[in-house]
Ligand binder design. Sequence first.
Ligand code: ADP
Ligand code: ADP
Ligand code: MG
Length: 447
Amino acid sequence: MISRVLVANRGEIAVRVIRACRDLGLTAVAVYSEADADALHVSLADEAVPIGPAPARSSYLDVSQVVGAARDTNCDAVHPGYGFLAENPALPRACQAAGLVFVGPPAEVIERVGDKVSARAAAEAAHVPVVPGSGRLASAGAALEYATEVGFPVLLKAAAGGGGRGIRRVGSAEELPAEFTSAAREAESAFGDGGLFVEKCIVDARHVEIQVLADAHGSVVHLGERECSLQRRRQKLVEEAPAPGLPEALRKEIGAAAVRLAREVGYRGAGTVEFLVDPSTWAYYFIEVNARIQVEHGITELVTGVDLVATQLRIADGSPLPFAQDEVVARGVAMEFRINAEDPARGFFPSPGTLSLMRPPAGPGVRVDTGFESGRVVPPFYDSLLAKLMVWAPDRPAALARARRALAELRVEGVATTAALHGRILDWPDFVAGRYHTGSLEAFLNG
Ligand code: ADP
Ligand code: ADP
Ligand code: MG
């Protein structure tokens, strides 16, 4: 039985995991870098261990520091959160060697789905439609040949990519060689793997993703979809569940496809299968698997009532899923607004600093997940996510009203944030109507 969990992360997701541990009666041990000694997740944990200097490479990304901290504090499990080591198979391997339970899929599964090219092959094996695309390409010449065959525009994508990095849209043959070189360089420095492939660009696509849960006993269920089309630089800014206007039959079909893929790879734990949906034809295409808890998991929790993080911990402990597919019911509408410490007026440039005031909204149907509060410092070294403002209401108009109310209650002083932009989005007719795709926000910002 798991009783002490090392939380191998920081910020809001570390706080979220600590809360799930407490709810289950488990002891939560935090880790922190020198920049995070005074962070909220450290205050909230039962114990906390320093794991090195501020740069993530020397602390949160250091497998031996993390596993050493778990061993030194007699933990029996490690929860990686998202980002950092969450999708690095070296962490589950090191955990296994140290006799620790890793709260996530087996290393081999992370390896197979973590690489976008091999994940696409797994999707095809599971009869899940994929975006027309190539395998890994050795040269710009090979990319050009494939792109000419499927037709421009195409995307050059890093096989090891994540967080919207290592992706280039290429509109014509002339642009391709330079983009190939720069994408390969970016992928090499961000992921240590410069491997690229080409995908046909699905123009004006919607990003619709399915939450799945799989236990160690062969049971796999999905918890419906999230619409994540509101993006800038291919990074999500607002998410909602369910996806507005998605036909019921399509919703079922995409859910079933995600479950087939999870079964195909022997998935275990919580994961997300991402798809693009073409709203002009309702064709759908697999793009990638995120083999971890997702930033936007809270909106699925709000509509289904399932605690995803607690369920991850129970699955890791060997418990069977406590419900079957036909017992999953999504009620109402939930939305998430990412409050980032970024300045939208300066190209979303990060805005670290001391939070002289942070007053989150509260009241009916409002949930705020954050790793910060008044007086705490947002360090410049990590992700700029300050808080996730989530709302739930019985229907979409009520959710929009509640979001406006919650946003008006929020006060953050000392750093620039995306809060005011969310106010504009909530007054934007296309968003209010639920008619938007992955290109809409950038058009709105530039228009
Ligand atoms: P989502 O969970 O919404 O799909 P992303 O996939 O963009 O979000 O990434 C989740 C988090 O992990 C983000 O905070 C992002 O900055 C971080 N992240 C994504 N990929 C990497 C990576 N390769 N290395 C470190 N952090 C990453
Ligand atoms: P990451 O691992 O960085 O999250 P994804 O493959 O999930 O990369 O793609 C990120 C975003 O890029 C998608 O949500 C979508 O907006 C856009 N995108 C990815 N692939 C395509 C494609 N083939 N056509 C059009 N847009 C795409
Ligand atoms: Mg993605």
